[in-house]
Design a binder for this molecule. Structure first.
Ligand code: C2E
Ligand code: CA
Ligand code: CA
Length: 551
């Protein structure tokens, strides 16, 4: 990482003054030095004899100026070199004066004094700038540069320990709900709590927006520290915002990597801890994962998938299947959910459950969402106009929260002449996690266009009732995990039934997904549920089969 330090703000005045002094010094040396030079040694230049201390003084002045310039342009190496030249010349001129026992008047004494004042001030500025360059503004702990320096130092000392990578999951929501000032206070509080848990056993740094890193020495067990950390971080945070008390709760995940066992340099160590963090996230909030080699092979697999997605459009790896949805009572076709598939030339099929999460980690998901939208609205345009079916398209959480999303949908509908009321956009509760406001705006705009909105995987997350009431979605899709338990007992059925009643109360239709058996259907008939989707009545099928089912 490039090391930089900058001298700014009030320090600019000091630097300006130093620069002025250096110029005056240069003038004094050049004008008076030759006449008043007290040294006995002369340097012959053409016909003139120039006193040696004048030359030395001039050099010193130029080095000093260079030092200031270098410091101003953030060139730490240049500033340091010039700094040492000033120091060297300053010392040598003192030695010279001591040796000659002749404290020469101007420019020698003035020059020496100036040099030492300059050395002290520049040294102070450099130390300050260095400190600033390794400190995080929001928390006062190490920033990424400072933290990595500390890790590298530990590697150089051949010491062992562990790295904890911690991420606050709901930080964007905190920023959106309470504003950036409170966001910064949350970061500070998190850092303070971490420092108090870690104590003298390690160091804490903020290395990204809501990402923290902790380096622990080998005397402590990282798992124990993280558990204690979660306990402290999960406690309520109270902030004062213009006289109003705000209660704030955070939720996060942590990945742990050990060094030198997992990696012997900082980059790889961070990667290992990051991979572990990703794994912990799959288990939900407030979870920990410790890095192991298998995680790396998963990472390599994901990398391969990423490459495949990039090639998928040109090489035509993607195709779509359509899973029918039926009314519960009379098994009438309601429509189809479009499901993307990847088929490779070597015969391998990669499930969307594998490649969608990889695409979601980057912008690749936007292209997939747009591809499916365009493909489906083009393919079904005529059929949708002529029949009474609804075609659903899954849109990722990132996709629905893009400001340009609705105009993309609009363009697709217009271009392919697709009837908006026949299109349904399926989103999940995760769509509200990061960019709540934009998602809500987009849903409203979609509804204005006449497009339907379905809330997928309902019952697995934490969709609040109040949010549902404000959203007015058209369809609640009850998650398969709840449907799987339908035969287990009354309580499970009551739960689904209450979701159904709630949906109906909010004017939504309700569909159960992942229905696999006839006996499940028997129970479902008694529940508040409008439609079902599942292998029992229809697996995902090709476009040709889907159109046959419609006609
Ligand atoms: P999802 O949206 O919840 O889709 C339903 C998944 O459940 C589909 O898996 C479907 O094949 C499967 N399923 C339906 N009925 C049954 C059943 O009775 N039993 C069982 N065992 N499974 C059933 P699929 O196609 O593998 O898709 C997995 C996930 O991938 C989807 O979950 C969705 O989150 C994502 N996905 C699929 N296609 C797309 C797409 O075009 N765009 C985006 N963004 N995501 C997609
Ligand atoms: Ca879906
Ligand atoms: Ca689903």
């Amino acid at each position: 990482m490039k090391k930089k330090f900058s001298i700014k703000d009030h320090t600019a005045i000091i630097v300006g003054l130093l620069f002025g002094f250096a110029l005056i010094n240069a003038a004094i040396i050049s004008i008076l030095g030759a006449r008043m030079g007290g040294a006995n040694v002369f340097f012959r230049l053409g016909h003139s004899n120039i006193p040696m201390n004048s030359i030395q003084g001039l050099l010193q002045t130029f080095a000093l100026m260079l030092c200031i310039i270098m410091a101003c342009v953030d060139c730490v190496v240049g500033a340091r070199m010039a700094y040492f030249v000033v120091a060297f010349l300053g010392f040598s001129s003192i030695l010279g004066m001591l040796k000659n026992k002749n404290l020469s008047p101007l420019p020698g004494v003035f020059n020496c004094l100036l040099s030492f004042v300059a050395i002290m001030i520049i040294g102070y500025l450099m130390r300050k700038a260095k400190e600033k360059s390794i400190t995080d503004y929001a928390t006062g702990s190490y920033n990424a540069i400072g933290f990595i320096e500390q890790i590298n130092k530990r590697f150089r000392e051949k010491k062992s320990g562990s790295l904890i990578y911690y991420q606050i999951n709901n930080f964007r929501a905190i920023n959106d709900d309470y504003g950036h000032e409170i966001g910064d206070k949350v970061l500070h509080e998190v850092s303070d709590r971490m420092i108090s848990v870690v104590g003298k056993n390690g160091i804490v740094g903020r290395i990204g927006g809501s990402e923290f890193a902790i380096m622990l020495n080998d005397k402590v067990d990282a798992n124990v520290v993280v558990k204690e950390l979660f306990e402290q971080l999960n406690k309520k945070m109270v902030f004062d915002n213009e006289g109003v008390h705000l209660d704030c709760y955070i939720e996060g995940n942590a990945g742990i990597a050990h060094f030198p066992h997992d990696a012997n340099e900082s980059n790889s160590l961070f990667k290992c801890a990051d991979v572990a963090l990703m794994h912990s996230m799959k288990k939900g909030g407030n979870n920990i994962a410790v890095f192991d080699e298998n995680m790396l092979s998963k990472m390599h697999y994901d990398k391969e998938i990423e490459q495949l997605i990039k090639r998928a459009y040109d090489e035509q790896y993607f195709y779509l299947e359509y899973q029918p949805q039926f009314t519960v009572n009379d098994k009438r076709l309601r429509g189809f959910e479009s499901l993307i598939r990847m088929h490779l030339p070597d015969g391998r099929r990669i499930s969307p459950g594998d490649f969608i999460p990889v695409a979601e980690k980057s912008n690749l998901i936007y292209t997939i969402d747009e591809f499916v939208l365009d493909y489906v609205t083009k393919k079904f345009a005529n059929i949708a106009r002529e029949s009474d079916i609804t075609i659903s398209v899954n849109i990722s959480a990132n996709g629905i929260s893009r400001p340009e999303f609705v105009s993309i949908v609009e363009t697709c509908l217009r271009k392919n002449n697709f009837a908006p009321e026949k299109l349904e956009i399926e989103i999940t509760e995760y769509s509200f996690e990061d960019s709540q406001e934009q998602t809500i705006i987009n849903i409203k705009k979609l509804k204005e266009l006449g497009v339907k909105v379905a809330l997928d995987d309902f019952g697995t997350g934490y969709a609040s009732l109040s949010r549902l009431m404000n959203l007015s979605v058209d369809l609640l899709k009850v998650d398969k995990s709840l449907v799987d338990d339908i035969e287990k007992g009354e309580v499970n059925r009551d739960f689904i039934n209450s979701i159904g009643s709630m949906g109906h109360l909010l004017n939504c239709k309700v569909i159960l997904e992942g229905v696999e058996t006839d006996s499940q259907i028997e129970y479902i008939k008694d529940l508040e549920c409008d439609y079902i989707q599942g292998f029992v009545w229809g697996k995902p099928v090709s476009y040709e089969k889907a159109t046959e089912m419609i006609s």
